[in-house]
Design a binder for this molecule. Sequence first.
Ligand SMILES: Cc1cc2nc3c(=O)[nH]c(=O)nc-3n(C[C@H](O)[C@H](O)[C@H](O)COP(=O)(O)O)c2cc1C
Ligand code: SF4
Length: 543
Amino acid sequence: MDKSELQAIAGKERGARKPVCVSCCTAAGCLSAGGGDVMDSLREELSASGASQKVEVRAVGCMKLCSRGPLVRVEDTSDGRPVADGARLYEKIKPSQAPVLIRAAGEGEAAELPMVDLSHPFFTRQRPIVLENCGVVEPERIESYIEADGYLALHKVLRDMTPEEVVKTITQSGLRGRGGAGFPTGIKWSLVAKAISEKKYIVCNADEGDPGAFMDRSVLESDPHRVLEGMAIAAYAVGASEGYIYIRGEYPLAINRLQTAIRTARRLGLLGSRIFEAPFDFNVDLRIGAGAFVCGEETALMASIEGRRGNPSPRPPYPAEHGLWGHSTLINNVETFANIAPILRRGAEWFASVGTEKSKGTKVFALAGKIANTGLIEVPMGITLREIVEEIGGGDPDGQVKAVQTGGPSGGCIPARHLDTPVDYESLAELGSIMGSGGMIVMDDSNNMVDVARFFMQFCMDESCGKCLPCRAGTVQMHGLLEKIRDRRATADDLALLEELCDVVKYTSLCGLGQTAPNPVLSTLRFFRHEYEELLQKEVTLA
Ligand SMILES: Cc1cc2nc3c(=O)[nH]c(=O)nc-3n(C[C@H](O)[C@H](O)[C@H](O)COP(=O)(O)O)c2cc1C
Ligand code: SF4
């Protein structure tokens, strides 16, 4: 395989395009709403209608507005590329509506079906980089990814760049890890590149255990090759030849599409030995997790890959130094890897021009809760919470937004009066929350903050691996106190004890699960203390 072969595949794809393209979302959100039957009906109707000279039906990935699925987009592709301006997006499509859609597409007319307004800020305020191919390419066809400039970045680095130049580009881009903590990706890569190790590994963390989060799943279901390409570039940069994707078993569709992607990439020589005829070999394998939240923590994840129980270990040593089977290992999140190919194709400066001074690029969020438009969004860093909630999300249809929860069980609740806060790592941390991996839940007056804190504490209690005492016993005690407060059985002393325990668990737990478990309590106490105090039993004074 060389560049001309990549270009030939892309050209053949473009040449085979029919003038009108009907794209049906086949990511998990739409499939769960009946998208699979819609897809089958569209294909059956296309062959029955005789419109197949003019119209094609494509199985694409997530189109982002998950709450309105199944989604079907119809667009003019007569010049070989989709024309976004003229596209029509139909919502809540039923299989019985396939004939109307195909007939209208064949006749170049708009079908009389419920349509989504593509000029709505939900679409226009987004800035797709990670998700640029989602809903556009066909995730089960490598040719479709190649047509969207897929594997060109890998070709560029293998033919024109030294590993040091690749690391430098990633460092200059300012990319920070999207798995939660925001560690600078370039620094992590240079640590692994410089490590002296007989063997090196690349690991993609696709565990995604935060309740309500589905960003990584959507990327893998919609654009799996983007992640494989990012991993291969990372492998070249740090000197690794083997990689693992650690993915939870609850994501069967993503697993299936990754397996197809790995198989087809191998067949075309884009994984395997001497990729693009360069002295570079890289193979990727999947490791399926059983859905324990703690297995997303990097040391527990590596233990699980090695076949041991998924328990965290103290750091240092960090994986860069002592990772899988004792070898230097680079671990990055799915979204981090999905940013790599566009950075290499368009340059570090281009990427660094998006976002804020310290938080570059975009962030993908799973927007949910009391909000009109729920789904997957990708926004430039620095956008305010208000813009996300009120413009993109369309606000709370039933009343006033009370708070926005970011960072899941490790994050916090930001009150409505801080909605003008820019979304970047530092600003969210100043408010006692975190960027996290991308869960964002909008809450209104019907959400009691003590119960929100109790919910997340229960999650941490259930998911604690039990290896260290502060987290094992502390989460149980804190959960008990939160229940007591919620049930109006607690006194001021109980609240003081809860606060004390938060500190103990935060500062003495072994891994990030325990260290961040108190965050939802601390942030709700900081901004909604009155809701705790209103539930406390009043002191009984004897006459
Ligand atoms: C309890 C716990 C769960 C985690 N779960 C995930 C996860 O599901 N996905 C992820 O990428 N990182 C997760 N992390 C963070 C990883 O340990 C690690 O920092 C991350 O994968 C590094 O990738 P990045 O630098 O690209 O962000 C978790 C951390 C903790 C403490
Ligand atoms: S902090 Fe919790 S999850 Fe982490 S090692 Fe200790 S008990 Fe296990």
